[in-house]
Design a protein around this ligand. Structure first.
Ligand code: PEP
Ligand code: MN
Length: 264
């Protein structure tokens, strides 16, 4: 049950290198997509340098257009696993289809359910039948109650290792930011549920120069961690280049994020 009333203590999720929902702030960083084995290896090294314990990267990408890069598939999972292992990091990657759950489960430490799949109930049930932690992204038009009900679909299958990700929602104005970062959702979700809440400033704002201030706001909101996209050559990125932090900017942001969290 996701309700705080029925389950007052916080859920704390332990993966090999991370404690999610505990006192430590958890940093997850990496490219939007796994682009090649060498590239994701280099980005994992950068992520690790400033305290990330989880490396991200999509091998199955939910692209708006069917003609855009769709991801490397299982080769991408293998490359991300190798990058995580070489740097003593956990791995998080999106699973888009219930039929892929067994394959992705062979590689990942955390399943990511994308915003577009938040109410893909057959997918939620499929990850709910595993015991692998699930990071459930809020759908772009999902209410708080929709998020909680989606989490309930996972928990109903017996998997209670769930974290909730706020990644921005659609509002009336998305000319200057990709989405509207609903940071009020963080303390609201913490009040209503015992699951850890993670913020994703990258997809929330969509522009790299807006990511650091909103990442700090995410820390200040009380989130248990953040997931952020990084790339050494953003203009050549195969997806989400405009919102990627270059290594130097990421290093500074992450340092500030940990400092701010320590003050809280
Ligand atoms: C992603 O993490 O790269 C992604 C596609 O995120 P979202 O599902 O939040 O759009
Ligand atoms: Mn992305």
């Amino acid at each position: 049950q996701s309700s705080r009333l029925l389950h007052p203590e916080n859920t704390v999720i332990k993966t090999p290198h991370s404690v999610i929902g505990g006192d430590q702030f958890v940093m997850m960083a990496g490219p939007c997509s796994v682009e090649s084995a060498d590239h994701v290896m280099a980005m994992a090294k950068v992520a690790k340098q400033r305290g990330a314990t989880v490396v991200r990267g999509g091998a199955f990408k939910p692209r708006t257009s069917p003609y855009s890069f769709q991801g490397l598939g299982e080769a991408g999972l293998q490359a991300l696993r190798a990058a995580a292992d070489a740097n003593d990091l956990d791995m998080i990657t999106e699973v888009m289809d219930d039929e892929h759950v067994p394959m992705v489960a062979k590689y990942t430490d955390i399943f990511q359910i994308g915003a577009r799949n938040m109410q893909n109930f057959s997918l939620l049930k499929a990850v709910g039948r595993t015991q692998i932690p699930v990071a459930l992204k809020r759908g772009m038009s999902a209410t708080i109650d929709d998020v909680l009900n989606a989490a309930e679909y996972i928990a109903a299958g017996g998997n209670h290792q769930i974290m909730l990700l706020e990644r921005g929602i659609r509002t009336f104005d998305h000319k200057y930011t990709r989405n509207t970062f609903d940071l009020g959702a963080v303390p609201v979700l913490q009040k209503l549920t015992h699951y850890p809440v993670i913020v994703d400033p990258s997809h929330a704002v969509g522009e790299w120069d807006l990511v650091t201030p909103m990442a700090m706001a995410g820390v200040a909101s009380g989130a248990s961690g953040m997931i952020v996209e990084i790339h050494d050559r953003p203009t050549e990125a195969l997806s989400d280049g405009p919102q990627a932090l270059k290594p130097k900017t990421y290093l500074k942001m992450a340092q500030q994020a940990f400092q701010l969290h320590d003050l809280m």
